[in-house]
Design a protein around this ligand. Structure first.
Ligand code: HH2
Length: 266
């Protein structure tokens, strides 16, 4: 069964929900609602990766994340993922009860990241990004985006394992929208099976992303991208992805139930 990772934002300026969940109580209520809707994993993020977003210090990230992780852990065994580039933040989050380090820099932000991931023994999501968040959408360019993303993820998995991360802790993610134009995102979605073939579980994040609005100008604001998000998610499911990072958990769970029933009837 494909796992559903629900997004809980603790940022004032993330892509899609404008920081509605910054307040700790609101974030906890949102986390509870996502679990009730069927999320298998919660992805907590305290630093936006949006182009032009203000950087957040490690101390601020920790101050936002740790109380929420502790509060969720006190009442639920749900898998908790933390979306951060910083090894200090990952360390504090795992100590508070988180399970997965979701790193949009694929453990590349600092030299100590791979060894920290190995020491923590947590799950690790290695995501592809061309460039850095601030400037990544300025000039994305590839000769063969699918081959280049696959090669990058393979190398990062090797780096992680060389540092001591266990093979079965590694997840790969193509990083839809991270230094990619519409045609790059579509090529990756159309050939997701080639990433699945690398032999690691693949996490796919298409929820509410801008490429949906590039295909349908009516998909503004980001909350209006639910149907397009489901269409792209199911393309990934058909190719064999293991998990989906989504904002609309209930809708995704329903789509997956229908998809699974049709697959069983085949
Ligand atoms: N997308 C965003 C953030 N983190 N992590 C992974 N592994 N894969 C993704 O596709 C991914 C991610 C999107 O950016 P953000 O500013 O966090 O917006 P939101 O959290 O609302 O999706």
């Amino acid at each position: 069964m494909v796992r559903v990772m629900g997004v809980v934002n603790l940022t004032p300026d993330s892509f899609s929900d404008g920081g509605r969940f910054l307040a700790p109580d609101a974030a906890l209520a949102h986390a509870r609602a996502l679990v009730a809707a069927g999320a298998d994993i919660l992805d907590l993020g305290a630093e936006s990766t949006r182009p032009g977003a203000t950087p957040v210090s490690a101390d601020d990230e920790i101050a936002r994340l740790v109380p929420l992780i502790e509060a969720i852990r006190a009442e639920s065994a749900v898998t908790i993922s933390v979306d951060t580039m910083k090894s200090q933040v990952a360390r504090a989050a795992m100590a508070a009860g988180a399970d997965i380090w979701n790193d949009v820099t694929a453990l590349g932000f600092s030299d100590e990241s791979p060894a920290t991931a190995a020491e923590l023994g947590c799950g690790v999501v290695l995501m592809h990004m061309q460039g850095e968040p601030r400037t990544m959408q300025a000039h994305p360019s590839y000769d063969d985006v699918v081959a280049e993303v696959a090669a990058f993820l393979n190398v990062r998995a090797e780096v992680a394992m060389a540092a001591g991360v266990a093979r079965d802790k590694i997840w790969l993610d193509p990083g839809i929208g991270f230094g990619k134009r519409l045609e790059h995102n579509l090529a990756l979605l159309a050939h997701m099976d080639l990433l699945v073939a690398l032999g690691f579980p693949v996490l796919l994040g298409v929820s509410r992303k801008r490429f949906i609005a590039a295909l349908d100008p009516a998909a503004e604001p980001a909350e209006a991208r639910g149907p397009g998000s489901l269409a792209a998610a199911l393309a990934g499911v058909q190719a064999g992805v293991a998990a989906l990072r989504v904002h609309d958990v209930a809708e995704t769970v329903q789509a997956l139930k229908v998809w699974a029933a049709i697959s069983r009837a085949r």
